[in-house]
Design a binder for this molecule. Structure first.
Ligand code: PMP
Length: 362
């Protein structure tokens, strides 16, 4: 018998049950082809339709203006740490980065590795990345400002994006893409691995403003590291991550049709996070780790007052059907990831478990 648990994994993470069921139902015969999506040519009309649908759904959900392109790339967000500076910065160009934790640091380090002129305009390192910087010293000549919209490990999130005085934002949106509406005009480039709010690992979504495609034309770059290659070839220069695109199309359809778009999704995500943070704040048995005003709606990071009880908490939670609550290995503690597909029922079950655990151990 199939048994599904409440899934609080940080990524890869929960997918809507209806999406998994559709994938299962279509596995042997996709749209009357007599083959699964895994077995058909990426050049077939059938796959072409899926690709176009996925792109159009992403465009509609984001409300993308015509001068933005949607690209499907492989290599994860980590490859984007390198592709962004490689494509956007010429020899003399400069860019600013804001350091809000591990992934932001890794993005910066790739730009340094490539010999690019980048610096931190702000950082929250002095308080263990527990907050989002409220001021920054932007270089008016910077080509872009790089931010990480949601810090998966530390549990902080930009509630409003920084005012960069017109400098385009380049944003790692891995762990909150499609969780809320986004003021797209502020962004030159958005990238995200699919494995949190969009689908399986192996697919990376890139949204890029058209004029940025030609920002570093003189650079010698491998063909597959150029955004322009993907843009010119409809993300089909070579074989794209077909299965990831296929699942993403279904997740985005669920967002459009069942949820009703990003405003609705944001309200649901707010309600889930409020419920869990409320339960954490109601007792000193648990404590949130991020500054309250910067708390992530996606990754709720918390500790037990008695850290020694955390392994037991995580073990008993799993036995009770609540999985994925271990904090990232670099920081320890607990983390409940509340991505789009993790519903209020999961949050209610977690809160009930936390209250029961406190009664027994407190
Ligand atoms: N950025 C953020 C914010 C992340 O959470 C992660 C993965 N957890 C990454 C980048 C790295 O993504 P990938 O594994 O797809 O390279």
């Amino acid at each position: 018998m199939t048994r599904r648990i409440h899934n609080f994994n940080p990524g890869p993470a929960a997918l809507p049950l209806s999406v998994l069921e559709e994938v299962q139902a279509e596995m042997l015969d996709f749209r009357g082809s007599g083959m699964s999506i895994l077995e058909i040519s990426h050049r077939s009309d059938l796959f072409g339709e899926v690709l176009t649908e996925t792109r159009n759904r992403a465009r509609r959900l984001f409300g993308l203006p015509d001068n933005y392109r949607v690209l499907f790339i492989q290599g994860g967000a980590s490859l984007q740490f390198a592709m962004a500076p490689l494509n956007l910065l010429g020899e003399k160009d400069r860019a600013d980065y804001i350091n809000t934790g591990t992934w932001a640091t890794k993005a910066f380090e790739q730009a340094i590795l490539l010999g690019k002129k980048v610096r931190y305009a702000a950082s929250s390192e002095e308080k263990a990345f527990s907050f989002i910087p409220k001021t920054a010293d932007f270089d008016p000549e910077a080509r872009y400002v790089h931010i990480t919209s949601n810090n998966t490990i530390r549990g902080t999130q930009w509630q409003t994006y920084p005012d960069t005085h017109g400098i385009p934002l380049v944003c790692d949106m891995c762990s909150d893409i499609f969780s809320r509406p986004v003021p797209v005009e502020k962004f030159g480039l958005i990238y995200a691995g699919a494995q949190k709010n969009m689908g399986p690992a192996g697919l990376t979504l890139v949204i890029i403003r058209e004029d940025l495609l030609g920002w570093n034309p003189e650079a010698v770059m491998p063909t597959l590291l150029r955004y322009k290659t993907y843009s010119d070839h409809y993300s089909m220069y070579n074989t794209p991550p077909c299965f990831g695109i296929y699942v993403a199309e279904k997740v985005l359809a669920w967002l459009e049709k069942d949820i009703g778009g990003l405003e609705n999704m944001a309200a649901l995500n707010r309600a889930k996070a409020d419920r869990l943070y409320g339960a954490i704040d109601a007792t000193d048995f648990y404590a949130g780790t991020a500054a309250k005003e910067d708390r992530s709606l996606m990754n709720v990071t918390f500790r037990l007052r008695n850290h020694d009880l955390e392994p037991l908490f995580i073990k008993e939670a799993l036995a009770a059907g609540l999985g994925g609550l271990k904090g990232h290995k670099s920081v320890g503690g607990c983390r409940a990831s509340l991505y789009n597909a993790t519903g209020m029922d999961a949050v209610e079950s977690l809160v009930a478990f936390m209250q029961d655990f406190e009664r027994r151990m407190g």
